[in-house]
Design a protein around this ligand. Sequence first.
Ligand code: BG6
Length: 488
Amino acid sequence: MSFDLVFFGGTGDLTWRKLMPSLFQAWRHGKLPRDGRILAVARDGIDDQGYRQWLQERLQEADSAKRPSQEEFNQFSAQIHYLRMDLSIAADYLKLKDWLTQRQADTTVMYLATSPHLFPIICQQLGACGLNHDKVRVVLEKPLGHDLASAQEINRAVSAVFCEKQALRIDHYLGKPSVQNLMALRFGNVLFEPLWRRESIANIQITLAESLGVGTRGDFYNRTGALRDMIQNHALQLLTMVAMEPPSSADADAIRDEKLKVLKSLKPFDANSVARDVVRGQYRSGMINGQPVKGYLEEDKVAPDSHTETFVALRCEVQNWRWAGVPFYLRTGKRMAHRHAEIVVNFRPTPHQIFPGAHTPNKLVIKLQPDDGLELHLLAAKGTVSSVLTGSGHESLSPVSLDLDFDKAFPTDRVGAYERMLLDALAGRLNLFVRSDEQEQAWRWVEPMLEAWSQDAQSLRPYAAGTWGPPAASALVARDGFAWAEEI
Ligand code: BG6
């Protein structure tokens, strides 16, 4: 398959931090067709060689195992080209068209790794010069808008030029191997599905914790905040994967229809429930890995009186027969104790207890990062002399876990999230991309929180960097008689 992959925002952070390193991994894994061309588009006045040199310097920042050798870079970068464009000038799109029509690739993917306010103009201009024919797909990076109205506006502008099947909204969390395994676990095995419901499950927790702060992205982050940056998209997408009904097939729309139903079943927030069930926080200075780090208000390009949240924890419910009454707790934050993302399914205790002692109920932990894998926490009799020869003759139970480490189970060819999403975009596999109606429904659901916070500066709670967020986040879960996984 021949392809042309165009990165708008070719010198931007996302391109050199995530997209190019992932493409390089795809190349190294032999998955990137060698007759494909990659075109970076930006305003800088450089040529192919200048861009390649710039990129090579950036790729040196990758982990050593992922860094290209000189020989690898020479081969990989032979596929990379550069075109200077001003995205607001129509004539520059004709230059792009000329470049693309030097040959007729089987597939052309336009990856919009720019600020979302440019999406409408880029799409209009691509349409105006006929670069929206059926061999073209467009990938839209998040954030797609900053509220429902702006998301709808972007979707309208995109859909005036590209049909839904050509517009791929990316949420790279859906490309993480553990999320794929969640689908496999639920719908490729009989074991869990009968238990995957309110009768057996007490609560579900989704934690996306980062130890990094906002780094050089202070101005973007300060306009965005944790709710828009992580909850509206990544956390809600994970929730849909956990809570959805079994789809009738693995087709993209069969899956996306079920995910949309979950989003529509989420109990809507109002001002009262936002005050009661949502905690927002902002980090102060603290220690991460033994090193002092500054507080959010001291970060570059952040206003010293900013009310932007860097942490959100919330309690929500999926209102349907399967999940009625089961709390779902979502939590995300910057500068938390560790980089740690997981989904924890806490099962109910046994209905009748015959073994002595207090027992932790079963739980299933789907680990997303830093390592990916599955842990099933069970109780077992140890059968050791000391455990058997005590008390009433009934042995007390001890926790054990069945631990499936995917890196060990499948040691070769593990595909990273962006690598997978890029390869899917080139191949036209839509399963992992978010449909416009899902994305708009997610905005609809978070809007009451944005609205309530815009009226109330008081509810922002400070937390020290290097902790698990404000104490109110623990109280939110404790109120239902539960605790976050790390508190047990
Ligand atoms: C991005 C957010 O979507 O996801 C960032 O904009 C965040 O703020 C990042 O750091 C986290 O992704 P990952 O894959 O590193 O957990």
